[in-house]
Every structure is written in structure tokens, then in C-alpha cells.
Design a protein around this ligand. Structure first.
Ligand code: NAD
Length: 359
């Protein structure tokens, strides 16, 4: 008989609804508790989401005293570290929302807690469940491109700056990079097999966020709304990365993998003021190579899938618990993603190339 998987949700804001909805669709899951640090919010969430068997808590540590198999960490970025480490130390598997945390040292501690406890730490990059994303990795890993020496990724919104906890450094850690940039980094690094980042030379700015003409919370805006970086990866690969929440431009272009035998261009999906958004949504792809000295350009059509990617990531977390499988999107990998964001911030502040030190 299939075991019932007992789940707790920490942080009951916007994204927690997507988690609750996905868990509710799984017959082998029971959401037994919800915690939110704002008094009464967990209780209201339980009622709105009709999780009538769930217990509400204001303090996530109380929720962790329950017998649970796994928790979804859906707090703002600043609380990912504390809640995830406490959950792992309490013997629960963790699905933490992206970005992994606010600093590299926090992410290292999270990975350590996972190793020590033997519990999985998986990070919520739902675009991984898009079959088009899998196809990018399959093409890059197939060797068809030859040796990949240059990757360009990122993108941005013409206008699309969030507010609230997303624009305060003490709560979010970083701005556009943590919100949407971590997705494009994940896409590129995942396709390459997550090589170690070595150095970063970066520039960031916040000309739009701090201007009341463009943002109504300009007075509180202290993260970057634009970032660009050149990152050296192991294997003599260079990654050019750029991300923008707001700009006077329609798009920052496509994602490209340049290899010695072929090149792959991934066009971002999306139209309108958010056109050119690169937050993990994949448009069509084009493969460039030579055949008989002719320049060949082949279009790879978008795979239509109809999957709800949020549902897929939650389903895979539950299946990994049930089947005693390793983390689907391991914290140990995503550490490199966080290391790059950390390196971008350090390099931009010092106006110098910085080295990335990893355990
Ligand atoms: N995967 C995605 O597509 C996606 C989309 C949106 C947001 N996110 C991520 O999800 C996270 C949450 O975003 P959101 O939009 O739901 O934010 P939100 O502000 O709507 O909700 C966060 C909730 O966490 C609560 N909280 C804060 N600290 C807490 C603590 N220590 N313990 C318990 N609860 C605490 C807050 O009171 C709030 O209710 C962020 O890290 C964000 O980057 C991911």
C-alpha cells in the first residue's frame, strides 16, 4: 500500500498557493500543517485553500515538531536559509523555492545540513519540467555542438519590476538576478552539466527601480534591476549573462550555445511588454552547423506539452520522497547558481573581476 506523505508548508503567501494546489491533486499526500510568521495568516490560508485537516502555526519551528515527511519552503528569500536548515535538522525533506537563499555562505550551510541529515534539499526551478528545457540539455549533452566554449543567456522585461519583499536587499538578497536571472542561469548551467564557476566580472545598476517615475516604491528600492556579467566556468567555457527587470529595449536577445561543431539558439517565449522575458520559458530553437561546406540552419519546433510545471515540480518532490530517490534539483548543484549571483554582486561592488571560492 502507498504510504501517505505528510507535508508542511512554511510561508503562506503567493507561491504557497501553487504548492498547496499541486499537493491537493496528489492522492497520497496530506498537508498537515502551515506556518506563517504573520499572526493569523496560516489559519486564513488553511481556510481559503480548504486544507481543513491542517494545523496553523506562527512559528515554523513548532510546525517542525510534527511528524512530517517533507516541507515546502515558500517564504521570502531571506528566510529560506533558516527555515530550510531547521527543517533538515528536524529530519524533514525540503523543497525550497528559488532562489536558493540570499548569500553563498547560507546556501553552503543548507547543503551541509542536507548532507548531515541525509534528507534531500531540492530547489523549486519548475522550468526544468518543461520538455523543451530537457531537449536543450539533451542537445548540448549529445555532443552535436562539439566542444561548447561560449554561452550567452539571460534576458529581461521592458517593464516588469515587482515590489514588496522582492526589492529590498535585506529581504531578497538581490533583485532581477534572484527573481528571474536564476532561471536563465539554471537553464544554461543545467544544459552544460553544472560546471564550477571560477571567476565573475560584473556590472549592476538600478536606474529604473530607484526612479519614482518608474516605481512607486522607489524610496525602498535597493537591489539591482539590471545586471551583466562575464563568468568563467571550468572546462574553458565563458558564460555571458545579462538580466533586466526594466529597460528601454524590447529584448536582451536569445540564449546561445556556441560549440566547435554547431551552435544552438534558444528564443525566449513571451509577447507584449514582457516580450523577451527570459525566466525559463522556452520558445523555438535553431541549430546552426555546416554540411558539405553549406551553412545549415534547422528549426526545432517548440514541444507543446500542456503540463502545469508547478504541479510537476511538487509531484516529483513527493515521488522522490516516496521512492527514496535523491533530490530532483539538488541543492549541491544550485549552490553554483547562488555562487554566480554572489559573485556578480561582489564584482559589481568592487568594480573588479572576483574569484569564486567553493567548498
Ligand atoms: N517558482 C516560482 O515561479 C516563484 C514565483 C513566485 C515566487 N517565488 C519565490 O517564492 C518565495 C515567496 O514568494 P511569494 O511571492 O509567495 O512571497 P509572499 O510575500 O507572498 O509570501 C511569503 C510569506 O512568507 C511569510 N514568511 C516570512 N518569513 C517567514 C518565516 N520565517 N516563517 C514563516 N513564514 C514566513 C510571509 O509572512 C509571507 O506570508 C520567494 O522566494 C520567491 O522568489 C517563486
Amino acid at each position: 500500500m502507498t504510504k501517505t506523505i505528510r507535508i508542511g508548508i512554511i510561508g503562506s503567501g503567493g507561491i504557497a498557493r501553487a504548492h498547496a494546489s499541486a499537493y491537493r491533486k496528489l492522492s497520497n499526500v496530506e498537508i498537515v500543517a502551515v506556518a506563517d510568521s504573520i499572526e493569523g495568516k496560516a489559519q486564513a490560508f488553511i481556510q481559503q485553500e480548504q486544507l481543513l485537516n491542517a494545523a496553523p502555526f506562527d512559528d515554523h519551528r513548532k510546525l517542525l515538531e510534527l511528524e512530517l515527511d517533507g516541507v515546502s519552503v515558500c517564504t521570502p528569500n531571506f528566510a529560506h536559509h533558516e527555515t530550510s536548515v531547521n527543517a533538515l535538522n528536524a529530519g524533514k525533506h525540503v523543497l525550497v523555492e528559488k532562489p536558493m537563499s540570499v548569500t553563498l555562505s547560507q546556501s553552503i550551510e543548507m547543503v551541509d545540513a542536507s548532507r548531515r541529515s541525509g534528507k534531500m534539499l531540492t530547489v523549486g526551478f519548475q522550468p526544468r519540467y518543461d520538455p523543451n528545457m530537457s531537449l536543450i540539455k539533451e542537445i548540448v549533452q549529445s555532443g552535436k555542438l562539439g566542444s561548447v566554449y561560449f554561452v550567452e543567456t539571460g534576458g529581461g522585461r521592458r517593464r516588469g519590476m515587482p515590489g514588496g519583499t522582492f526589492i529590498r536587499k535585506e529581504l531578497a538578497g538581490a533583485g532581477a538576478m534572484a527573481d528571474i536571472g536564476c532561471y536563465s542561469l539554471d537553464m544554461a548551467l543545467h544544459a552544460l552539466g553544472y560546471p564550477r564557476p571560477l571567476t565573475v566580472s560584473a556590472y549592476t545598476s538600478n536606474h529604473f527601480g530607484t526612479n519614482p517615475k518608474y516605481h512607486k516604491e522607489a524610496a525602498h528600492f535597493d537591489v539591482e534591476d539590471f545586471g551583466v556579467a562575464m563568468i568563467r566556468l571550468e572546462g574553458d567555457i565563458v558564460l555571458n549573462y545579462k538580466i533586466s527587470w526594466a529597460m528601454h529595449m524590447d529584448s536582451l536577445g536569445a540564449t546561445m550555445f556556441l560549440g566547435t561543431d554547431a551552435g544552438l539558439k534558444v528564443t525566449p517565449a513571451g509577447t507584449g511588454p514582457w516580450s523577451g522575458v527570459w525566466d525559463g520559458s522556452v520558445g523555438s530553437m535553431t541549430l546552426y552547423n555546416d554540411i558539405a561546406n553549406q551553412h545549415i540552419q534547422s528549426t526545432i519546433p517548440v514541444i507543446e506539452h500542456g503540463l502545469n510545471l508547478f504541479d510537476e515540480k511538487v509531484k516529483d518532490f513527493v515521488a522522490a520522497i516516496q521512492d527514496d530517490r535523491p533530490a530532483p534539483i539538488p541543492g549541491g548543484e544550485i549552490l553554483y547558481n547562488q555562487a554566480i549571483i554572489d559573485g556578480v554582486l561582489r564584482s559589481a561592488a568592487s568594480k573588479r573581476e572576483v574569484t569564486i571560492e567553493l567548498p
